[in-house]
Design a protein around this ligand. Structure first.
Ligand code: FE2
Ligand code: FE2
Length: 348
């Protein structure tokens, strides 16, 4: 195995533009993948996570803008901010429709609001190094998350099985428009992190954190939707369902997801942008020049093992039997983004 990073590849600069879109949800049924509530709700978790998550991207990147010294990168980051702001709004617009169909997502979205706006929100820190440290941690986390959104974007653009089983065309339009823009701007978060910091340890640490948090929030979201779906008498969800649906092609396959964990090439058919390595977030192997004898390798192995144990625990015992863990919630997001007051659902 080579220890060198892939050579940069020059490519034309693509201007990132926010595209105005609107979707009419009137005709979209509760189970928009017909007869398949598990697949429907697994993908529906995007509507729970992305409104708060992408608003948080925008908030953090606005703070990072003054530190950017490369004009073209600043332009890209501004384009990225515009795209993510519209993505967040588009997914948020699905939530009132779900509520109308009897599936109130508010108890869960209030927790996601807490996660992004409080736990990962601004801290009262002295100016200088501590404040910059917290900003860099969040910039690195966003780059790690964008690694997965680019993977999912690439997957949904090619998920022909969803068309074949008759998935709702409006929902597919939303997912594919968003997926296309995720692939389009997939290198921006990586480039910004490399421009502002680029440290391997921070990359590895935040990658493990982002992966663990996504698995935790996603399996929790699936269980939330399944347990609160008014049309399901005996709601069950398991990791085996996820693997089976991945084999059918209506969800990403488990082997493809595992392959994407250490290094991804989000859109293999598209040339990388502006000198970005073909694999935008390669965690392994660590770059030779930053490697110290033994320790970084051991640290990476320990992080990977820790993340794997967390995933195993989450998918084995939490998806099927245990009640959802209590988690703090924000009734009114700090960002001021309005939501209705949470209603009581069966579990949150
Ligand atoms: Fe997005
Ligand atoms: Fe994105």
């Amino acid at each position: 195995m080579s220890n060198t990073q892939p050579a940069p590849v020059a490519s034309e600069h693509v201007e990132l533009k926010a595209r105005k879109v609107s979707f009419d949800w009137e005709e979209t049924p509760l189970h928009w993948v017909p007869g398949d509530p598990f697949t429907t709700h697994t993908i529906n978790v995007l509507h729970l996570l992305l409104p708060a998550g992408e608003r948080w991207f925008v908030h953090v990147y606005q703070q990072a803008l003054p530190y950017i010294t490369d004009d073209r990168l600043r332009e890209d980051v501004i384009g990225f901010i515009g795209q993510e702001a519209i993505h967040s709004q588009a997914h948020d617009d699905v939530l009132p429709h779900l509520r109308k169909l009897g599936l109130d997502p508010t108890p869960y979205t209030a927790q996601v609001d807490w996660f992004f706006e409080k736990l990962l929100g601004d801290r009262t820190l002295p100016p200088g190094r501590p404040r910059r440290w917290w900003l860099m941690e969040r910039v690195a986390l966003i780059a790690a998350i964008e690694h997965y959104t680019a993977f999912l974007g690439d997957w949904v653009l090619n998920a022909e099985e969803l068309d074949r089983v008759g998935a709702d065309p409006t929902m597919l339009d939303l997912l594919r428009w968003h997926g296309a823009e995720e692939v389009e701007h997939r290198a921006v978060a990586f480039e910004l992190f490399m421009h502002l910091d680029g440290g391997y340890r921070r990359r590895a640490r935040t990658w493990a954190l982002a992966f663990s948090a996504l698995v935790f929030l996603w399996q929790r979201g699936i269980r939330f939707f399944m347990e609160n779906d008014p049309s399901l008498v005996n709601p069950k969800s398991s990791f085996a369902d996820f693997v089976r649906k991945g084999r059918q092609g209506v969800l990403p396959s488990t082997p493809a997801m595992l392959r994407s964990i250490p290094a991804t090439s989000a859109a293999p058919t598209t040339p990388p942008r502006r000198g970005t390595p073909r694999r935008p977030w390669p965690i392994w192997p660590p770059p030779r020049r930053q490697r110290r004898p033994l320790m970084p390798r051991l640290t990476t192995v320990a992080l990977v093992a820790g993340a794997a144990l967390l995933v195993r625990r989450a998918v084995r015992s939490r998806m099927t039997t245990a009640p959802l863990w209590p988690m703090p919630a924000l009734d009114t997001p700090i960002s001021g983004y309005g939501r209705a007051a949470p209603s009581r659902a069966r579990s949150a």
